[in-house]
Design a protein around this ligand. Structure first.
Ligand code: CAA
Length: 408
């Protein structure tokens, strides 16, 4: 029985910042961002977006053409959850009017809980082949203003339906794992921004990659040359290149640097223009590879490395299915990414500094351009979500109005 990805879609906010503008304001050579870390543009969520609205927007697209009564499990993977108790999956379940006979949970392990969600989904479908699992990975990657991590910020969500009738990719059951208790990146409950030891986190990432690959080889006897392309967790796009060269060196791959680049480069494009989206980042890399490739990738084997600081890693493989292109909304995605609104530096600061009241006071969010769902505000300590009628949305004026208004 084949089990894998039946549908996959992504959502990124309508707004973003060109890193040329950030470089100018941080007095940094733009080449450091553009070449050194490989970033050009970062997605910035508007004040009426959070992980739930982004996740619901991605999931609505992933559910198109899927019978909702087949979905018995919704798993929401996130680092930037909105509640200590209630799963974000329940809000999405309601926004998408999914059937009540459904289990709905949230999972956490930094950026890699989405991959554990995927492997739990594969196991669920193997046990109950008629059931489908909706996975949502949604995150806002946020660092301190003027910190080294600032240019790697981003936001977005990926949703996938996992089933025994995959149309995009079959995923193998074997996984190479690695866990080690380290403090490379973490976020205490009282902090809105991650604490990170950046250089150390890169070392830990590479170490986890080596261990996961070794464990995967022990489980499967796979060789580096069994894979045609690779997708890595992308905190910034250059990390994917660094990781791939590291693994190739470690394996004495014997490929030219051009051949190695061709194995990884197509997966980096979306990250360069959206930034980090933690749990969603690896799967945006997969979409980038599938969307932006002149070659037909049917039957090609893809190696995946998922990394979550703290830390846990997973290496696994998948095989692209014939006809996958017909089930990707590649041109709609390209249009959405192209038509995003470029924020000024002042607008970026005002979006960054906006926060919901910390005391639970009632609050209405200003309306911005978003997808089909938005966060309308807070009432009696509860987040209120609403559907956005098609065509409704804010003009550039409301962005300016917010920029002029003091943060809450
Ligand atoms: N022109 C071209 N390149 C330049 C340059 C210039 N003018 N100036 C600097 N560079 C290059 C540097 O040589 C360096 O390249 P190498 O990595 O090849 O040496 C690169 O640009 C970055 O420069 P620095 O190392 O000096 O950059 P930095 O100290 O400002 O910070 C960072 C880089 C540590 C990645 C920082 O962005 C950060 O802390 N990011 C957040 C943490 C992170 O992403 N960690 C990754 C692993 S953890 C993870 O994956 C989980 C997760 O999602 C967070």
């Amino acid at each position: 029985m084949k089990i894998g990805i039946e549908t996959i879609s992504m959502y990124v906010p309508r707004y973003g910042l060109d890193l040329r503008i950030l470089a100018e304001h941080r007095d940094v050579d733009y080449n450091k961002y553009h070449q050194g870390i490989g970033q050009e543009f970062m997605s910035v969520p508007s004040p009426d977006e959070d992980v739930v609205t982004m996740g619901a927007n991605a999931a609505q697209q992933a559910m198109a053409g899927v019978d909702p009564t087949d979905v018995r499990t919704v798993i929401f993977a996130t680092e930037s959850g909105i509640d200590q108790s209630k799963a974000a999956a329940i809000y999405v379940h309601k926004l998408l009017s999914l059937p009540e006979n459904c289990r709905t949970v949230e999972m956490k392990q930094a950026c890699c809980s989405s991959s554990s969600a995927l492997h739990f989904a594969l196991a669920t479908v193997a046990l109950k082949p008629k059931e489908k699992v909706l996975i949502i990975a949604s995150d806002i990657a946020r660092y301190g203003l003027e910190s080294a991590g600032e240019p790697t910020q981003g936001a977005g969500a990926v949703a996938m339906v996992i089933s025994a009738s995959p149309r995009i990719m079959e995923i193998g059951p074997e996984v190479g794992y690695f866990t080690e208790d380290v403090m490379d990146f973490w976020r205490p409950n009282y902090k809105n921004e991650a604490l990170v030891d950046g250089k150390y986190s890169i070392k830990v990432y590479m170490n986890a990659l080596e261990h996961c690959w070794k464990h995967y080889q022990e489980e499967t006897h796979a060789r580096f040359e069994d894979f045609d392309h690779f997708c890595y967790h992308l905190p910034f796009s250059r990390m994917g290149t660094k990781a791939h060269l590291h693994l190739a060196r470690h394996e004495k791959a014997g490929l030219s640097s051009k051949e190695l680049q061709a194995q990884v480069d197509p997966s980096l494009g979306y990250n360069r223009i959206t930034g980090n989206a933690y749990t969603a980042s690896l799967y945006m890399g997969l979409l980038s590879l599938l969307d932006n490739n002149d070659l037909n990738l049917a039957h090609k084997n893809i190696g995946f490395f998922s990394y979550g600081s703290g830390c846990m890693g997973a290496f696994f493989g998948g095989s692209v299915l014939p006809g996958y292109r017909e089930h990707l909304n590649s041109s709609e995605r390209a249009a959405w990414l192209r038509d995003r609104h470029h924020l000024t530096y002042e607008e970026y600061l005002s979006f960054y500094n906006h926060s919901l009241p910390q005391n639970g006071h009632n609050y209405r969010t200003s309306r911005h351009r978003s997808g089909a769902f938005r966060l309308a505000g807070v009432e009696s300590h509860q987040r209120i979500y609403e559907c956005v009628p098609a065509g409704a949305g804010a003009s550039a004026e409301s962005v300016k109005a917010l920029a002029a208004a003091p943060a809450v």
